[in-house]
Design a protein. Structure first.
Lengths: 197, 197, 197, 197
DNA sequence: TATGAATGAGCATTCATTCAT
DNA sequence: TATGAATGAATGCTCATTCAT
């Protein structure tokens, strides 16, 4: 990630998209204002670039995490761990996801980002579905609602987690995975532990 | 809630605090710009007023929901339902909670808001503690982590929920309550159903 | 004309629309920059307002000038005098007509301005037509081409005329009227002299 | 004319000097921005170069047009035709003359340009003077005023003329020449017809 | 000859806020 | 209570120009 995008990421994390000025970003990146525009179309373009980097990162981690297990329970546990580890590994990056709402509807890369996000949601939904079909999971209510419940809990990690706190990323990830397993009526999976990012 | 605060609430929901201009708010409220300042100290003052209204609402509902049950399981189920119903009852109001981070640290009412929020977290944490002590709940990991897991899942409702969707507020609330019960290793509570807000 | 529009008129005259900054205008008007925007939509809005004032002025003068004569020759002579007097009376105002090309095609008032301009052209063209029909005028070539020839000569006055020069506005106007009469093959009209503006 | 100057000419025609950015010019010319500065001192330098090319073109045509006739009437008619043909032959080139006002007063080539323009004006003024002396022309008012009248009418051609319209360049030129002859009280000259450029 | 990368200065416009009424 | 009018400061962005390569 370029110094400019790293600066944008950091600024968006601290102040939000609309609370961040392009001068903020330039100062953090140690470049002049016009240099920002030599490398990026607009402030919104920087946001989209950061969002895509974040989504690329989490998506590839989730894919890998799923591939490392062969039961729905193992896959869900691994996926939740991967998502939480993504959150804690780069809080600034992960937290910008909430700023997606400020991307204009007709932005060229918006649909692309949504497609990636949908792909990730579909990956987890697929696990849920297979776990239900196999009788490994037991939920009531809508499968999509359960999906949102799980992903919502994980998303919130970026709100409260601070590095150097009482719990390590690995501890948080394992705890969230175990809680998620219970939430879908499965036995907690303890066999595989993902390495911290 | 005054027309001005209702306008602010709506604007903050749609565009975020920094994305909302005072002209936005005045136009939505149908008043002139200076009228805003007759009733409120600043834009930030309007945000704080909205946040407090939201916290007052959810806190009183959660208190009432807890009082209606006498077991940790029943209380937790009711509390989750209350929180989710609060989210769905006034999406615009509930969603502004995320804008709290933009309240300046030395704002007079900031501590007050934090105290209310802490009170609500403590209420739910107390339920968890009593449920664990009684052997009704079974979690691993930190109790505060579990608390954040549950509240994070609920908070996210304001991100994806849209009125008029496939699921009614009551359905969502019951589904979230049931999932939360499983998440803490308790039997789903089906006896009490809160009325929609 | 408001101080702001007078400032804009003067600045557009000296530096052209694109060469004029809104700070130029504000400084000339003795107001702050935002005050400009309290009274006008945009820089372009100020240009349009100035253009319309100019067109209103010349159109009403031309209408009156035509009404004061009852032969095509007298009307043409008077109309040319009126146009030239308009040019010399407020050089800054008249010279902005050339900036019309920078008004965006979809500007709300653009069509309105064009309509007024067309009305003025039609007034003069009508005189030409009646003079030709009556045998008072003798041209070869297209009537519209002759119209453009006459109006083009008059328009150029704003390029070279400077107040306080060797010739008074009245002298210029009479000279232009006489030359125009010859250009359309009519006898110079010497009976009526318009008062200077 | 180099691709860069051709691009500048076209851009200045469409948007004016101040409305044209160097990026506009570079993009039209298909070169990078610094390449512009390898070939030209500044944006203003490009304007001056275009202006000189235009003046060189019209001046040589007018000189030749005058040389082809031996009476003031013939010379004036030919000169007007030459000027109008110059306008219609390269509208973009001719129309930039109006941007001369944006050349800074101390620009090295400014005086040179003014000298050429004065030479052209003097050529036509000389014709007028000789025609008056010979009793071929009859004007009232100032000779310089008549000069400006004629040149102003011609200059305006670049404002309204569009290639492919109802009238050919030759028709316009002849019509303008004939009108100009009448304007100076001379008989229209029909003997010599300049070839279109 | 050409250009990728950079920048100080400036652009039109909007910001939250105030004040006289 | 309310607002027309105003503004200092900042906004996102572009300008003409330069420099190292």
């Amino acid at each position: 990630m370029s110094p400019i995008l790293a600066a944008a990421k950091s600024a968006f994390h601290e102040r939000g998209f609309h609370g961040t000025s392009t001068r903020d970003i330039a100062a953090r990146a140690g470049v002049s204002l016009p240099t920002l525009y030599y490398h990026h179309e607009s402030k919104q373009g920087m946001l989209v670039a950061v969002l895509q980097a974040a989504m690329d990162a989490v998506l590839s981690r989730v894919r890998a995490a799923i591939a490392e297990a062969d039961t729905p329970a193992g896959q869900l546990s691994n996926a939740i761990e991967a998502i939480v580890l993504h959150m804690t590994a780069d809080l600034e990056l992960a937290s910008t996801a909430g700023e997606f709402r400020y991307v204009e509807h007709d932005h060229p890369q918006r649909a692309e980002y949504v497609a990636l996000r949908t792909e990730m949601e579909d990956l987890v939904e697929g696990i849920l579905q297979r776990g239900l079909d196999a009788g490994d999971f037991h939920i009531d209510g809508d499968i999509k609602e359960t999906l949102r419940y799980l992903l919502g809990a994980c998303q919130a990690v970026s709100i409260w987690y601070r590095p150097g706190g009482a719990r390590t990323p690995t501890q948080v990830a394992q705890s969230y995975a175990a809680t998620s397993m219970r939430a879908v009526g499965a036995q907690p999976n303890t066999s595989v532990v993902l390495a911290p990012i």
